[in-house]
Design a protein around this ligand. Sequence first.
Ligand code: ACO
Length: 379
Amino acid sequence: MSLDTTVKSGLEGVVAAQTRLSSVDGQAGELIIAGFPVEELAGRATFEETIYLLWHDTLPNAAQLGELRQSLAERRTLPEATLALLRAAAAQESDSMDVLRMAASTLSLPTKGRNDPQQDALTLVACFPTIVAAYWRMRHGHEPIAPRADLSQAANFLYMLSGEEPGDERVRGLETYLNTVVDHGLNASTFTARVIISTQSDMISAITGAIGALKGPLHGGAPGPALDMVFEIGESAQAEAYLRAKLERGERLMGFGHRVYKVRDPRADVLSVAAERLYRTDGDTKLYDLARQVEQQAIALLEEYKPGRKLQTNVEFYTALLLYGLDLPTELFTPTFAISRVVGWTAHCFEQLALNRIIRPQSIYSGEHNRRWTEVAER
Ligand code: ACO
């Protein structure tokens, strides 16, 4: 077979897998998650229902849902070695994504070498919120709060951060976010997980690698800066001058533009509705209203300064607003993303294992030929 030697930089346009998990249509602005338009699923499903859907390709009945909730709840407590690692990391003030990567790999300690992808996937999904919340508390000088088995994944995460049981609206807001970002085609971290599991390595190794990929600023996104921009603008009358000055300086507006979506990212719509609901319930929509005005102004100015580039609101803009409304500090934005995306990663690993063909692309050699060896003293 002759080899196509065209290098596809960034693998753009290369189809490397078939998946039933999600479909991203950047021209139409559509995201399908396991058959459901994201708008249909995200605001209705509990996070456990979405987990079941991705793992089993069907919604669970009451008994199946109860069983999954119990399986997750009984795996939430971290091994002592993981807690010791979190304490050591807190003393060093390590980055929270570095800590999530280190802690995830300790979850293979209790497995004693057994390679059981289903059990490992349950443990990873169950433990991510505990790791993130425990580390955040330790890092800020507080004792971790033990997980509760009677709460859902989302409610328990919020509880472990603050020690207070969250109200239904807050749980709904977080579940909508977790459902919205659970899977998104063959993005860099998902591809990483598939490459690792394709060697018949174990699930914990695959997910540890995926965290490393997500940590990079080109992937984990920048919801923090998007929110900073809204805060710096402060009031809607300042929006135009502020944004214009940024564009005049050649800077990018955070929370706008996307490699795949050339229309409004459908996740932005879902998260905007969830954010509005949350801020309304809290009785103060000032920040939400300001963000909407900033968004409208930004889109108009992007069309003026970058005509034809089709720069629209991306997922980061409303992620920031929603998570901030849930009292999550910006340092928790990317780890919270991982709490959701680990479900997509594990589901992709199951798909990859079912096919079981090692992912092994080719490279084109661009180096020298026929070099001759010289001894070190002669170089
Ligand atoms: N503000 C101003 N100009 C922009 C923006 C923006 N947010 N995004 C793109 N542009 C301009 C570029 O300057 C470029 O202009 P030019 O043609 O005059 O040189 C043109 O639009 C095309 O930009 P590219 O960088 O080629 O677009 P690409 O598809 O590679 O970039 C990206 C996508 C990285 C998301 C970009 O839009 C960006 O930097 N956005 C701001 C950061 C951000 O919001 N990141 C989170 C993305 S969501 C996620 O990753 C999950």
